[in-house]
Design a binder for this molecule. Structure first.
Ligand SMILES: Nc1ncnc2c1ncn2[C@@H]1O[C@H](COP(=O)(O)OP(=O)(O)OP(=O)(O)O)[C@@H](O)[C@H]1O
Ligand SMILES: [Mg+2]
Length: 315
């Protein structure tokens, strides 16, 4: 079953097309990652899917509910943490959680239990009595994300939830999210941190200039766009290396402690074999050899750059 189904979804602000006829389907129980450069249309998409702003055209179905017919019905079943900070300056951390639970009509006993659970899961126990005004920006973000878990929901939208979080808080949040997904929650999540997307997401969509330019599992994205491998061969200092290696294909040489030959192309393996043959026949020993797998970050940059070139946008 799909939790989110959007067809030909568009949103324009004046003459800016922020979201340009996108199709999305997100299966329930999955973590869907939404990536893209600044201004690509991620936040606008989240606001459309959560019924916070009206669409210009297209249809949205959330958890089986037609969003244009019953926006309130949608809102009751989802959670959303927006990119924009939101907090009540004069409330303490624990009161913020408590009040959020009350807003959602969570009964007192459940509220108490959840407040304790979240204070501990988000490492907020030590500052539970402090006012939001008197805590750090990262701590405030943790409160903002934590309070969303006060209520029951089937689907949660998170717009860059980890911005401003230190590495351990970030990992804590990602693991907390993973646990919730195991219990049946579906997550729609945006981030700029690609390791995060790789760690968390079952499926990833990349959006640029309002259009989805790639959508797949992290593994398939790597298969499709990550054919280029980087291979590094470490050898000692050799004179005339470039003349020795003439005709083996494309590579780069850098000298630091010793010499590193870097091969980066779609036919890296073939070039590697040739170089090793030449080194061997010239009695040049190889000190070290490493293959660097393509990262999601490289794929992201390639895909976004290609789509800019194809759409005639200057970069
Ligand atoms: N309220 C608005 N009025 C006019 N234009 C807007 C408005 N909100 C967003 N835009 C424009 O729509 C486009 C998409 O913005 P959006 O906030 O969705 O991008 P984003 O992918 O979330 O970027 P970021 O990574 O910086 O958060 C941008 O060109 C932005 O300037
Ligand atoms: Mg945004």
């Amino acid at each position: 079953m799909y939790c989110i189904e959007a067809k030909s979804l568009s949103k324009s602000y004046g003459n800016v097309t922020a979201v340009d006829s996108i199709d999305l389907s997100v299966e329930s129980g999955k973590i869907f990652g939404f990536l893209g450069p600044n201004g690509a249309g991620k936040t606008t998409t989240i606001k459309l899917l959560t019924t916070l702003i009206p669409t210009s055209s297209g249809t949205i179905n959330i958890l089986g509910i037609d969003a244009s017919r019953d926006p309130l019905g949608v809102r009751k079943k989802i959670g959303v943490v927006l990119q924009q900070p939101s907090y009540e300056p004069n409330l303490t951390v624990e009161k913020s959680l408590e009040k959020y639970g009350m807003m959602w009509d969570v009964d007192q006993k459940t509220r108490r239990k959840r407040v304790e659970e979240l204070l501990s899961a988000f490492d907020l126990k030590d500052i539970r009595k402090k006012k939001n005004d008197d805590i750090s920006i990262g701590q405030r973000r943790r409160v903002q994300v934590a309070r969303e878990f006060m209520h029951d929901m089937d689907l949660l939208f998170l717009d860059e939830p980890t911005v401003g979080l230190d590495p351990s808080a970030r990992r804590g949040l990602l693991d907390y999210i993973k646990g919730k997904v195991r219990d049946g929650l579906t997550i729609f999540f945006t981030t700029h941190i690609l390791e995060e997307a790789e760690y968390l997401c079952d499926e990833i969509a990349i959006i640029n200039h309002g259009k989805i330019i790639a959508i797949d599992t992290p593994e398939e994205l790597k298969n499709k766009f990550g054919r280029e491998k980087t291979i590094k061969i470490h050898i000692g200092n050799v004179e005339n290396l470039s003349s020795i290696l003439q005709g083996v294909g494309s590579y780069e040489i850098s000298r630091d402690e010793g010499t590193v030959i870097t091969i980066h192309s779609a036919d890296s393996e073939q070039v590697l074999v040739k170089i090793l043959q030449v080194l061997n026949s010239n009695n040049i020993p190889v000190d070290d050899l490493s293959v660097v797998p393509t990262s999601l970050e490289e794929i992201f940059l390639t895909v976004v750059k290609n789509s800019d070139t194809n759409s005639g946008v200057k970069t």
